[in-house]
Design a protein around this ligand. Structure first.
Ligand code: AMP
Length: 393
């Protein structure tokens, strides 16, 4: 990262796009610049690479690019030294045409933060892929992230689809009778993706739920909807990733007037006390004029209730009528906590390029780490709205 950043800064006028596979990776690079700009500028001033880069071949490659450039070093210091990082990507790399980064699915939550740092550069989500198989391409890469559909490439593997039951959100079991071929999916329906790969996976459930949005010639196009598994459940409630994301988005709108937003989040179904309750960990990003002031307690309490209002009717029924779920809790963690979470995952063998912050945590060491970084905790101050649905006989 360090060597790549040095080169990116030295060649800043040649950079035409800035990206990483997933949005979280790109934000990590921006955070890296935030933490290391002084050392980077010093290297550029001296024309010598920091001894922290030890790999001989990397040092040799950087030596071909790095020259003493006090003017550039000063420019970097001037741009990075103040707290206002709005549009930093455009200021440092002025010829950037777009961000090349996936912001669909779980990555959609980073769109606001990326817009802030990039000064509203377009975001191109070009591909939908996994370690197991390459799935599809976005044929309109510059469209708005909310409109992205991927066209599956039928030569990458054999693709089959399990219809998802619209009422329960669950996919049927994998047997030949339930599977639908790529050519036979129906527009508007949701399916779970099942792949058979050249490498030998046979009818493997990837765990992604996709919705058919239309066709390119005869090839179906899919919007990424969510990962399959239910994330949070205390009793009969079931909250999936997409719903949790919507609830966080709705609540975080209350932070906007305070110049703050949710930079990262994860969740836990806490059943240590009875009734159990949802715990949502938030790392906040404060920007602009309000950056110096922390968000007040009243606003964060209101965010808890706003999240509950956004959750499904079964959740609200359990809260209001049954009392079987306790008030939702938001635990604000200090800046950099999710970075530590990522470092922890990488130390246990995760790939930095493919890392995605978990949206729900169950592993005790991770929960301990999060809890040890909590700066304040807030509970929903009231019951959310719920009225019994009328039965149609
Ligand atoms: P990995 O094999 O670790 O790279 O993860 C693959 C998973 O990342 C997929 O099954 C999806 O859940 C997710 N993913 C990959 N590409 C996209 C995309 N374009 N939009 C949303 N999620 C994606």
């Amino acid at each position: 990262m360090y060597a790549q950043m040095v080169c990116g800064l030295c060649q800043r006028h040649e950079v035409l796009r800035v990206g990483a596979v997933f949005a979280s990776g790109l934000l990590r690079a921006i955070r890296f610049l935030q933490l290391n700009w002084k050392e980077l500028a010093a290297d550029i001033e001296a024309g010598a690479l920091s001894p922290r880069v030890t790999d001989a071949s990397v040092r040799e490659a950087v030596a071909g690019i790095l020259r003493p450039d006090p003017e550039l070093a000063q420019f970097i210091r001037d741009e990075c030294c103040n707290d206002d990082w709005a549009g930093i990507v455009r200021r440092i790399w002025p010829n950037t045409k777009y961000l090349d980064v996936i912001v669909t699915g779980a990555m959609a939550q980073y769109i606001g933060t990326l817009k802030y740092y990039s000064g509203d550069l377009p975001m191109a989500c070009t591909m939908y892929a996994s370690s197991e198989c390459y799935f599809g391409l976005n044929l309109r890469p510059l469209c708005d992230p909310s409109e992205v559909s991927y066209t599956i490439m039928p030569n990458m593997g054999y693709f089959e689809f399990l219809p998802v039951d619209e009422a329960t959100g669950a996919a049927s079991c994998v047997d030949a009778g339930n599977l639908v071929d790529l050519a036979r999916v129906e527009a508007g329906r949701e399916y779970e993706l099942v792949i058979t790969t050249y490498a030998g996976l046979n009818r493997y459930r990837v765990g992604d739920v996709l919705r058919v949005t239309g066709f390119h010639n005869a090839a179906p196009q899919f919007q990424f909807v969510r990962r399959k598994n239910v994330l949070l459940s205390i009793e009969s409630d079931k909250t999936d990733e997409a719903e949790l994301q919507r609830a966080v988005e709705r609540a975080s709108a209350l932070l906007r007037p305070h110049g703050a937003s949710v930079a990262e989040y994860t969740s836990q179904a806490c059943t240590k006390s009875i009734p159990g309750h949802y715990v949502i960990y938030w790392e906040l990003l404060t920007t602009g004029a309000g950056a110096a002031t922390a968000v007040d307690k009243g606003t964060l309490d209101a965010c808890c209730l706003e999240m509950e209002e956004a959750l499904n009717t079964v959740y609200r029924q359990s809260r209001v009528a049954d009392g079987s779920i306790g008030p939702l809790e938001i635990r604000v963690v200090r800046g950099g906590t999710f970075e530590e979470l990522m470092d922890y995952a990488i130390s246990r063998g995760a790939s930095i390029n493919q890392y995605k912050a978990p949206r729900c945590v169950t592993f005790p060491p991770i929960i301990e780490l999060l809890d040890s970084r909590v700066v304040s905790s807030h509970f929903s101050p009231a019951l959310p709205h719920w009225t019994p649905a009328r039965r149609s006989d």
